[in-house]
Design a protein around this ligand. Sequence first.
Ligand code: DAH
Length: 340
Amino acid sequence: MQQDLEQMQKEAEEAALSAADSRSLYEAKTKFLGRTGLVTALLKGMKDLAAEARPAFGKKVNELREKLEAKFAACESALKAKELRQKLAEERVDVTMPGRKGKKGTLHPVTRIKNQLVDIFAGMGFEIYEGPEIESDYYNFTALNTPADHPARDMQDTFYLSEEFLLRTQTSAGQIRYMEKKKPPFKMLSPGKVFRSDEDATHSPMFHQMEGLVVDKGITLCDLQGMLNEFARTMFSETSKTRLRPSYFPFTEPSVEVDVSCASCGGKGCSLCKGTGWIEVLGAGMVNRRVLENCGIDPDEYTGFAFGMGVERIAMLKYGINNIKLMTENDVRFLEQFKD
Ligand code: DAH
C-alpha cells in the first residue's frame, strides 16, 4: 500500500513537471486530484479496509493529497510566469521603429492667396464683407451703372437664373450691398466666388475675386496707387512697383488697369511678362459718382476708389501655374506642392 502511494506520488509529480502548458497541467491535476481522480478514489476505497487500518491510511492519503496540491500549485505559477514571459516576448513593440506617416492635407493655392490678401488688407484696416453668390440683376449690374441696355454687360458672359436673378459675375456687387448699409468713411474687402460662361487655359466658369472699396472725404487716385504699391510689395516682392493704364469700367471714373512690375525678371522683360516687364493684375478706379448716388452717398462730399482682382490669376503668377484647370481638378500631385 505504502508503495502504491509512493508510486502515485511519483507519477503525479512527473505529470505535473512535464506539463508543457496550463491546459495539460490542469488535465494532470484533474486526473489525480479531481472529484473522480485517482487520489480521491483511494479515499473512497477506504471503506474496504479493515477498520483499524483506516486512520493511518487516511492520514497518508491526505498527506499525499496536500503534497500534490502544493506541487501542482507550484508548477502552475511557474508555468503561468513562463507563459506570460512568452506572451510579452511575442507581443513586443519596437518603439524605435519609424512610424507610418499619415497623409497631411495642405491649403489650396487659392485659399493661400486669399488668406494672404485678407491679411494684407485687414492690416490696413479693411473690413471683410461677403456678399451672396446668387445676386439680383440690380446689384450685379444696374446699381453699378450698367443698366440693361448697356454695352458693358457684354464684357461678362452671365449665367442667368431668371430674369431677375443670376450667378454674380463680379464681387463688385458687394460694393452696393455694403454701401447701402454703411456710412462713410469705410474700407471694405470682399472675397468670393464669381461665375462666367467662359473657359480656356486662363478662364474658368467659376473663379474667385477680391474686391476692395475705400470711401472717405478727399480720396484720390494717389491713395489708390499708394495702397496698391504696398499690396504689391507684400504680395510679390520688396521692390515691386505698380503702373496705372487708362481703362473702362462702368462703375469707376476714371478707370484703370493696374500692372505690377514683373517679380520674375525685376522689370527687365522675360517670358512670364512677355518681354514687357509688367504684368496686368487688377482693375480699379475712382468710384463713379452715379454708383455713390445709387447708395445714398453724396458724391460732392465723398469720393472713393475701388479695385477688383482675380485670386486664381494672382496664384498663377505667384506660383508659376500655367493652366487654371489645375485649380479645380484637385489632383493631389498638384496640391501637395503647396506646403508651408
Ligand atoms: N469687376 C471687375 C471685373 O470683374 C473688376 C473691377 C474693376 C473691380 C474695377 C473694381 C474696379 O472694383 O474698380 O472685371
